[in-house]
Design a protein around this ligand. Structure first.
Ligand code: TXA
Ligand code: MG
Length: 344
């Protein structure tokens, strides 16, 4: 769905949303990756509202979202050529860059760290909101701090209805939610740390995503490194994250068939998410076989809505067939691996 941001209804909603942000209130908005829970990135009280709503530890930094025409030097103290090259190649789009934070940007947005995470989303509603918000600021620069619009550790929302379901305790007065259709990427942005270039530490891939390590390597001429001990903390890199409530395992087909046999009975129904339903599918009525996409982008787009749906259906266990363990599937494997780690 492409949202028509210039319809009279949408214009009025965007104006109200931007005004709410100016007042330090929360606005959830669609992006191409997942929905974000937004607040004025320069207002520490507004940022505190994000942490409170999510139940997130306050030392976990939040990404600042900016419009395509934003002045990045307003947000970052220095911008290495690597950052310029990646912005040129992938913005607007699902890539977040970690850069040294400009001194006047409040430390609260970065959980007290010296860096700032910057992302320019491609979703038309997100861009319209960011533009409108920036236009209300006296200096024309405005950024919206936004983590994914879910409770800490839970599955990110890819539909506006998911956001409402995550925050039943917040009235529409406390939380406005802009509708923008289903998120097209479906998993959170790729995060590259470039905050330590001046200390001689090259790009680090903090979180895999739709923009792949290979695409980044193509632009930079070197592959981004894996996180080292000194790399910035990323809550999405906690071992267990993105978890549904129902126990979830990722298994090779042989093990998955054995797990179905061992678990599924009339009381303990099992959902098995597979690339092809096995011919000798065991345990008939007590297991529901669901066929997933065999391309990583389509798989990622559907993943979080699928997890939410399965969670609501009262299964005893969710079993995912292990996707190929190669670079193309890195982001999908990362997310389902962390969802499973919550139960291991
Ligand atoms: O696709 C996305 O990135 C979505 C949409 C809403 O833009 N946002 C998102 O935010 O996934 P969140 O907060 O759920 O995950 C952002 C990750 C966190 O793990 C956080 O630790 C990391 O980015 N991050 C943000 N700023 C950072 C910084 N200055 N240094 C290190 N990590 C940072
Ligand atoms: Mg998140």
């Amino acid at each position: 769905m492409t949202a028509n941001v210039s319809s009279p209804d949408m214009s009025a909603l965007l104006a109200e949303a931007a005004q709410r942000l100016m007042e330090g209130r929360l606005v959830a908005f669609p992006t191409e990756t997942v929905y974000g829970l937004g607040a004025d990135a320069e207002n520490p009280l507004a940022i505190a509202r994000i942490y409170a709503a999510k139940g997130r530890p306050s030392n976990h930094p939040v990404i600042v979202h900016v419009a395509p025409e934003a002045d990045i030097t307003y947000w970052a103290a220095s911008i290495p050529p690597e950052a310029r090259a990646l912005m040129q190649a992938f913005w607007p789009g699902p890539l977040t860059l970690i850069l040294p934070r400009a001194q006047h940007i409040p430390a609260e947005v970065s959980g007290g760290h010296g860096s700032v995470g910057l992302r320019c989303p491609s979703h038309p509603v997100a861009q319209a909101l960011l533009r409108q918000f920036a236009s209300l600021k006296p200096n024309g620069q405005g950024g919206v701090a936004a983590p994914s619009a879910n409770k800490f550790g839970q599955v990110s929302p890819t539909h506006a209805a998911h956001v409402r379901a995550e925050f039943p305790e917040l009235s529409t007065a406390a939380l406005m939610i802009l509708e923008g259709g289903p998120s097209q990427v479906g998993i959170e942005s790729t995060i590259v740390d470039l905050s330590r270039i001046d200390q001689g530490i090259g790009p680090v891939l903090l979180r895999p995503g739709h923009v792949t390590a290979a695409q980044i390597a193509d632009v930079l001429g070197i592959a981004p490194a894996r996180p080292d001990v000194g790399a910035p903390q990323v809550s999405g890199s906690l071992k267990a994250h993105y978890a549904p409530r129902t126990p979830l395992s990722v298994l090779a087909m042989d093990d998955l068939l054995r797990a179905v046999d061992a678990t599924a009975d009339p009381i303990h129904r099992v959902a098995a998410v597979v690339f092809n339903v096995p011919v000798a599918a065991a345990n008939g009525g007590n297991v529901d076989w669901l066929v997933c996409a065999n391309k990583p982008d389509a798989y990622a787009r559907e993943l979080y809505a699928l997890l939410r749906r399965l969670d609501d259906q009262g299964y005893a266990r969710i079993l995912f067939e292990q996707p190929p363990r190669n670079a193309q599937w890195q982001a999908v494997n990362d997310r389902i691996g962390r969802a499973a780690a919550a139960f291991s």
